[in-house]
Design a protein around this ligand. Structure first.
Ligand code: SF4
Length: 315
């Protein structure tokens, strides 16, 4: 999987002051499963070290102004941002991770100033804005937000789901492949957005006999929209209850009680999601419930990332 990342987060000494902002989750954990495509539009435009810049609200557009000389550097930064974008476009990306608060890379976290030096609010950095316009459905986050266990879990799940549909797309699929894809993603989609899950089911049913290409395009759009939604404890609880239903004729009264206690404790934020899920996984194996074992919801990403092992990964 290829993920574009602000070069300073990868430990490249490329910030305005010659430093970096290496992020251990990205470089030490995510790196096991992803290949990174670094970018730095500021280094490309002004070299390193360089005077820092800030965003100023102009009469027609947002400008990039040098903190030292007060020079307007917008054109130069836009030019290198477009160059970096072209570099990213040549890669089959599954996501982008930006450095927070940067006037180039921040996602709605770069300070926007007025002419008088007052802060007006927060905005996208120049490069982040260009990327968001170019890739409206691509998973994107900032390293700062990824410190939140819930956002991190949602983002990583989105990355792997995005990769899955991209792989399906390039495998010359037919309607059978699409039906199977939808089937194995059922509970993952329900944990994100039940309504969209149903809409996707209607698309797959193809009652209007649309050409497969049209159908796939509609499905892809809906799927990528759904996986960008955040899960919640309430939605996840519904899915867990649904999964337990698969064993209702197999489990003893005690076993059912244990499972329901685990689901309640997860809902009350006493234990993390991995506990009831592991139990469900165990029963799915014991009773050979193929339908469940294939569900991406049970294994949405490599388990060594252990993102469901934190109580705070549920909200
Ligand atoms: S422009 Fe982006 S990648 Fe370059 S140093 Fe600033 S935040 Fe990092």
């Amino acid at each position: 999987m290829k993920i574009a990342v602000s070069a300073c987060l990868l430990g490249e000494s490329i910030r305005f002051d010659g430093g970096h902002k290496r992020d251990r989750f990205i470089t030490d954990e995510l790196s096991e499963f992803a290949e990174f495509v670094p970018f730095c539009p500021e280094h490309l435009a002004f070299g390193t070290p360089r005077p820092s810049v800030h965003l100023v609200k102009g009469s027609e557009s947002i400008r990039v102004i040098s903190n030292k000389s007060e020079k307007d550097l917008t054109d130069a930064l836009e030019q290198t941002s477009l160059y970096e974008l072209t570099k990213l476009e040549a890669q089959p990306l599954c996501g982008i991770i930006f450095k927070s608060k940067s006037p180039s890379c921040g996602m709605k976290s770069a300070k926007l100033y007025l002419d008088n030096g007052m802060v007006e609010g927060k905005e996208d950095g120049i490069f982040a804005r260009i990327c968001r316009e170019r890739y409206p459905l691509l998973p994107m986050e900032e390293e700062g937000r990824l410190e939140d266990a819930w956002l991190r879990e949602n983002f990583v799940m989105q990355l792997f789901a995005y990769e899955a549909i991209e792989k399906l797309k390039t495998s010359s699929p037919n309607i059978g492949d699409l039906v199977r894809f939808h089937t194995i993603n059922k509970f993952m989609l329900q944990s994100k957005d039940e309504r969209l899950y149903r809409e996707l089911g209607n698309i797959v049913a193809n009652r209007d006999n649309l050409a497969f290409e049209t159908l796939f395009g509609m499905y892809e759009l809906g799927f990528k929209t759904a996986i960008a939604r955040k899960s919640s404890i309430k939605k996840t609880r519904n899915v867990l209850e649904h999964l337990v239903g698969f064993f209702k004729n197999d489990l003893t009264k005690n076993e059912k009680e244990i499972l329901h206690t685990q689901i309640n404790d997860y809902t009350d934020k006493i234990i993390p999601l991995i506990v009831p899920l592991s139990t469900i996984h165990l029963y799915a194996k014991k009773y050979n419930t193929e339908y469940l074992l294939e569900q991406t919801f049970l294994s949405p990403y490599p388990k060594t990332l252990a993102l469901r092992s934190h109580i705070s990964s549920g909200k």
